[in-house]
Design a protein around this ligand. Sequence first.
Ligand SMILES: NC(=O)c1ccc[n+]([C@@H]2O[C@H](COP(=O)([O-])OP(=O)(O)OC[C@H]3O[C@@H](n4cnc5c(N)ncnc54)[C@H](OP(=O)(O)O)[C@@H]3O)[C@@H](O)[C@H]2O)c1
Ligand SMILES: Cc1cc2nc3c(=O)[nH]c(=O)nc-3n(C[C@H](O)[C@H](O)[C@H](O)COP(=O)(O)O)c2cc1C
Length: 521
Amino acid sequence: MKKRGFDKKRLPKRSANLGDMDFGTRMKRVIACFCVLLTAPGLAACGKGAQVPQPEPSAALQTTLELPTEIPDDDTLDTSNMKKQSTILVAYFSASGTTEKIAQYAADILEADIYEIVPETPYTQEDLDYNNSSSRANREQSDPSARPAISGEVGDMQNYDTVFLAYPIWHGQAPRIISTFLESYDFSGKTIVPFCTSHSSGIGSSDTNLHSLCPDTAAWRPGERFPAGTTKESVKEWIDNLDISAENTVGSFDFETKTVLLNSGYEMPIMGLGTYSLSDEECARSVSALLEAGGRLIDTAYMYHNEAAVGKAIRESGVPRDEIFVITKLYPNQFANAAEAIDEALQRMGLTYIDLMLLHHPGENDVHAYKAMEQAAADGKIRSAGLSNWYVEELTEFLPQVTVTPALVQNEIHPYYQENDVIPFIQDLGIVVQGWYPLGGRGHTSELLGDETISEIAAAHDVSSAQVILRWNLQKGVGVIPGSGNPEHIRENLDLFGFSLSEEEMERMNALDRGEKHDWY
Ligand SMILES: NC(=O)c1ccc[n+]([C@@H]2O[C@H](COP(=O)([O-])OP(=O)(O)OC[C@H]3O[C@@H](n4cnc5c(N)ncnc54)[C@H](OP(=O)(O)O)[C@@H]3O)[C@@H](O)[C@H]2O)c1
Ligand SMILES: Cc1cc2nc3c(=O)[nH]c(=O)nc-3n(C[C@H](O)[C@H](O)[C@H](O)COP(=O)(O)O)c2cc1C
């Protein structure tokens, strides 16, 4: 699967702009950072992993282990450092506050993140004296190679599709620090919307002169100039006419393309195939059937012992690798040596990269293992990192200990175990939710597929109960990976877009929740 809008293959390293704070009295804000706190309580406490690979634990285990699903009271839950990521960034440089004000208006209107370009050496009044030909600002403007250093950085530029770039006009041009900014990041495929403030000059060539600093694939919009005292309404009018919105934001399901944009910048199909319990031969047949039928998402795991079969079927399918999205998982007994385990997974699968790697469930060394996935993403071995069987408490403890926000959490979700409180909690963090056991899991499917309400809704749409359940998940923004060794079922499970459930039908499905977990973690 391709990365939306640009081709950079690295996961975002989240780091707040920690640049100096004494540039006037203004505060810098890098809002996009929701997981950089380095001090945090201990590891997730539940579900420590077994020492050897084993099948998905049986339902019999469920009564002996405590379920990690309780949601803490609001006042014990600190989510202050967690915020949904926007795909629009407003980046600005402002020496005396005029541009800052308008940049803030723009960020408010766009619901965008905002980033201040702060000079490493702040400009003094003297530096800004435009009547003095040897003042710092004037010297910089007359030297095309001047690149004033910036304090701090945008830690997650990969996540932004659109960057509004604001600056004051200095002698008809953008201050040289804007050149430093543009040369500090990869703007391939991004849309850049420049705007400026000035005393009286127009934007002139100040914006077009910046184009050569970015790759050709950056899409520049015509710039706009605002005088001091511009109202928020005027800024809004300009933005409305640009027709730029945060559409296709991280996490929202696109029913046309049948994909969702992950916070890592990669697109993932919203439905695919689960391979738990499929033997090598059955697994390879199922993957082939899925790919032939147009499905592009496959979920496997070290613990399923069929990664090699998945890889082989992919390699032999004739479908271009970058059209396929492969998920695999590290089991807790691999966490201590996660870096080696990632390399081994690549070898077993015979693939040069894995689209998404998850930690199978919380366990000893899970933070260490996640950091190994972060490194593997930086090295191009995996594209996105995520978690499985992490709930509210586990996430609340885990996220502050890692740098890169997980792209996805995969948890048990089906009509009898709906996770209605957990799903929005995860989604609000900009993390995509995917459900395992969508049909209840083996041993429970006949109960779910035969459920009276589900069967009635299925009959009304002339589809199967399985399709109703899968569609219900998608309409809740939950991705699905039904397991199947039956090519007919595989085709049926991909055919979810010729009908939709009404609000009333969704409510009837929601009312089936029994909090009935079909596996222990
Ligand atoms: N992260 C985790 O901890 C975790 C845990 C469990 C599972 N998973 C993942 O989630 C996937 C889904 O779970 P699962 O496969 O165990 O359970 P599931 O998808 O809920 O159910 C699979 C069962 O449903 C049947 N089925 C599939 N499509 C059907 C259809 N259209 N009509 C009738 N029956 C149908 C399959 O039979 P046929 O083979 O005959 O089609 C199979 O018996 C797994 O394969 C695995 O990839 C992850
Ligand atoms: C060094 C310098 C050069 C400037 N050159 C121009 C100019 O060529 N044309 C103009 O209209 N304003 C010029 N100005 C005024 C600024 O563009 C204007 O005051 C701007 O709104 C300041 O934005 P800020 O408060 O965000 O720094 C200049 C200001 C400085 C400090």
